[in-house]
Design a protein around this ligand. Structure first.
Ligand SMILES: Nc1ncnc2c1ncn2[C@@H]1O[C@H](COP(=O)(O)OP(=O)(O)OP(=O)(O)O)[C@@H](O)[C@H]1O
Length: 307
């Protein structure tokens, strides 16, 4: 029994809209007990579960903690996470959700939008549906979280349609969006981030010495100045509070991911298996095989294979 599908087929609407309607009737407003921000929990999760992303960890902790401790924010929190595949962008969104919502990603106040899943056939109607989707969910609960996956594959028209919700507005049509969190995930800027990390590696510098300012320029060059980038549509009135780079992962980091995966499954972490898994991963020749092409993305299935 899938309530979204039932709701959708009853009304002859898309599953996404069905979910909004279902959520609306199931939860009239947010239940304060299901939204309790745990700043210490987030800090601990970022320190212990997210590997080797010191810049992202630091920025996310500050941004989310600052925003959640403010009862009257002036605008929604808008985070844009960038970097190569499998480096922890979706994973960190899950850690944020885990420390805000009692039910984490399963909370009915957390909404993941994938343009290909929600609107496979683009049409002008889609922008209306997307706006209604956001509006319906925020009307239901102001402290809603929206995760937009594969932002770089999203139609520019759709991005334009969400811009008003990201800005400084007391309210729009009687709805205040200021307590919502928007997280954009994309691979935009990936080349610049990889090149900077590689230059550091070649110079024998510790990657932990990399600072946000070392990556801001490359991010802005590849992200803002690219006419095909989704940011070209956001740039005029930039509503993004933090652009957060995720660094490519090396062989030794893949080992850490494999060990963590075994631990999470209750299997005793075995370094030999972890090394086998890390050897199996493809490394990018353009980076002299220093960085894993897909980060830690395929680790789970490889651990299955070797354990
Ligand atoms: N830095 C990291 N620390 C710990 N685990 C990680 C890290 N990066 C990736 N992983 C593991 O790999 C899995 C896949 O990563 P994730 O889905 O976050 O990648 P992504 O950056 O969102 O990639 P994509 O751009 O392809 O969507 C995660 O669920 C997590 O188990």
């Amino acid at each position: 029994f899938d309530p979204f599908t039932v709701t959708s087929s009853l009304f002859g609407i898309s599953a996404a809209l069905g979910r909004t309607i279902y959520d609306y009737f199931r939860h009239k407003g947010c239940d304060p007990e299901s939204i309790v921000f745990n700043a210490t929990g987030l800090q601990l999760d970022l320190q212990t579960k997210l590997f080797r992303q010191h810049i992202a960890s630091r920025v996310i902790l500050k941004a989310v903690t600052g925003f959640m401790s403010n009862d009257n924010p002036k605008k929604p929190l808008v985070l844009s996470l960038h970097g190569p595949s499998g480096t922890g962008k979706s994973f960190v969104s899950q850690l944020i959700a885990d420390n805000i919502y009692k039910e984490g990603m399963d909370s009915s106040f957390v909404h993941v939008f994938t343009s290909e899943l929600h609107f496979p056939h683009s049409s002008h109607l889609d922008t209306y549906k997307l706006q209604q989707w956001i509006k319906g969910n925020v009307t239901n609960c102001g402290r809603s979280m929206f995760i937009f996956d594969e932002m770089d594959k999203m139609q520019p028209g759709l991005i334009d349609s969400i811009k008003p919700y990201l800005d400084y507005h007391e309210n729009l049509d009687g709805v205040s969006y200021r307590k919502a969190i928007f997280i954009f995930l994309s691979n935009a800027g990936r080349e610049g981030i990889i090149q900077t990390a590689l230059d550091f590696w070649k110079a024998g510098q510790d990657r932990e010495e990399l600072e946000l300012k070392d990556l801001e320029t490359v991010l802005s060059v590849s992200v803002f100045n690219n006419k095909n980038s989704y940011f070209s549509s956001l740039i005029d009135k930039n509503p993004v509070d933090f652009f957060i780079p995720f660094l490519p992962l090396e062989y030794r980091h893949v080992i850490e991911c494999a060990l963590a995966e075994m631990k999470a499954r209750g299997v005793p972490p075995d370094r030999n298996v972890a090394e086998q898994v890390a050897r199996d991963v493809v490394y990018d020749l353009k980076t002299e095989s220093v960085f894993s092409v897909k980060g830690c993305k395929t680790i789970s299935s490889k651990v299955d294979y070797y354990t």
